[in-house]
Design a binder for this molecule. Sequence first.
Ligand code: ADP
Ligand code: MG
Length: 625
Amino acid sequence: MTTETQPQIKEFQAETKQVLRLVIHSLYSHKEIFLRELISNASDACEKLRFEALANPGLLGTDELSVTLIPDAEAGTLTVKDNGIGMSREDVIDNLGTIARSGTKKFLEGLSGDSAKDAQLIGQFGVGFYSAFIVSDRVTVLTKRTDADAVRWDSDGEGSYEIQGADKSDRGTEVIMHLREEDKEFLEPSRLRQLVRKYSDHLSLPVVLKTGETEETVNQAKAFWTRPKSELTDADYQAFYKHLTHDSEDARAWAHNKVEGNIEYTSLLYLPKRAPFDLFERDPRGGVQLYVKRVFIMDKAAELLPPWLRFMRGLVDTADLPLNVSRELLQNNRTVEKIKSALVKRSLDLFEELERDKPEEYAEFWKTFGVVLKEGVIDDAGQKTRIAKLLRFQSTAATGDAAAVTLDAYVSRMKPDQKAIYYLTADSLAAARNSPHLEGFGASGFEVLLLTDRIDEWVTSHLHEFEGKTLTNVASAAADVASAIETPEKAAAESTYKDTVQRLAKTLLGKIASARVSGRLTDSPAVLVAGEFGVSLRMGRILKQAGQNNPFATLPILELNPKHPLVERLRETADDAAFSELAHVLYDQAMLAEGGELDDPAIFVRRVNKLIVDGLAAAPKIILS
Ligand code: ADP
Ligand code: MG
């Protein structure tokens, strides 16, 4: 026997002890991850062998590279065995006795002693091999490289390990875990199968479960997304989509990309046909599956996609994140940020392609997810112009209920003297089409977009402009709206109504900022208009309903139709009390037409009824005959 084969007791490096203790304690509630870590190491060892065999083909031999799990109920051991590269004595000392990996020092410096915080920190570093001690009171490693003697390593994970020569002739590594009494569940074949399928289904090599003399491959042993696109048919993609999402319907479209360079990852994104049930829940959990080197890490990694793409499904597989990455770590991680912004671009590419090549499919997509996509205009300043081109609207130039007008189409139809992109927001399409704001505006011949989603209020204010044209609410006092509806009659009426508007402002003090003659009305007597720099009235209402205060609240302007009999009557009313009654009726009516609520509906009804009765009394024959 050479000295090297004599058992030798060695102390773990001080830091190693610390890490070991931490791993065991902080991961106590996630015990099962030890299997993921060990299978991943075995798989890495096989990959390393495959790589060395490129230069030295003799290395590979005839056996297929694989990982074998051997539960032994009698001995109380679980063995993870591979026929990969193996380790020499120096390798074992370096890899299993010290923590030589970069970053470890930083990790140790970051330790706070607060176990909750430390458990988060551990997510940034591979827990790796030491996780075997979460479930074992003793671990034995037998390993052999082709070009070195076999080695045996033993430890109870306390303070030291024993190393000596071993009797092993085949290449590779066996990690033999002497399971703790309370962790014997990991000897059960069904539990092992379940864990392999959960974490290692897509590893490219077979994971075999050996019970007695029977051997069964438990995982799929190939990752769908690692196969070249050219080999995959549409049917293949649809089948994988269903496997991934459990959706019984086909996906509408997908994008499969492999990226090499700064960051290495593969992404497979699917656009579903129908919305998930929780699309509009307060905290919907969107996101894609995350894999690290084919090992499943987590479902619905929301950090990889922004909330406005929460309907996308699929996965990302990267080599640039640690296996034990936690949700906490995904936040504010630069690699994650980069992948995320790439996925945003891929998704937009996908929508643009659909729009270009399959307009009917795009229309369906818009109907299902358009409202969510609109959030992107608000959330993602960098992409809002690109998203804007994908938006669809109803408009005065289009009939029917489908939102089909693009901003591009709108701009191409703009009149030579038209300054802005005009829109009107309302609670329903019918309310929008019948809005008093459109009466006079219609005469200008300018198209008006009709927006009925609540979110449109925010979309328009964030988008602000498109192709250099501002988006302007026709229900506002914006200067270009006023000029669009300027008429000679209006100018003439202004002097006639000079006194009336001043009286109105006083009478409705606290309700309106001012009153003025309108050019926008043909049928209605009055209308409320938002101040040029205030938020729209509807937006104010939405904020109020949501219990939020509105820092931009301004009083509206009451505009009068100078040709309407009620307004003429107002002008002629000298009596202050009668003037006030009529003024309030006009104001309340305008508020109702706006979709707003009255402060006191009962008083409004009483006032209107009085007007009607007065009218009946004044002209009984005409009305009753
Ligand atoms: P990591 O996998 O992140 O490097 P681990 O703690 O999981 O960290 O493993 C430490 C090192 O031990 C590995 O980098 C590898 O060199 C070695 N190792 C672990 N398991 C095996 C194995 N089954 N075959 C060969 N080498 C292994
Ligand atoms: Mg590892």
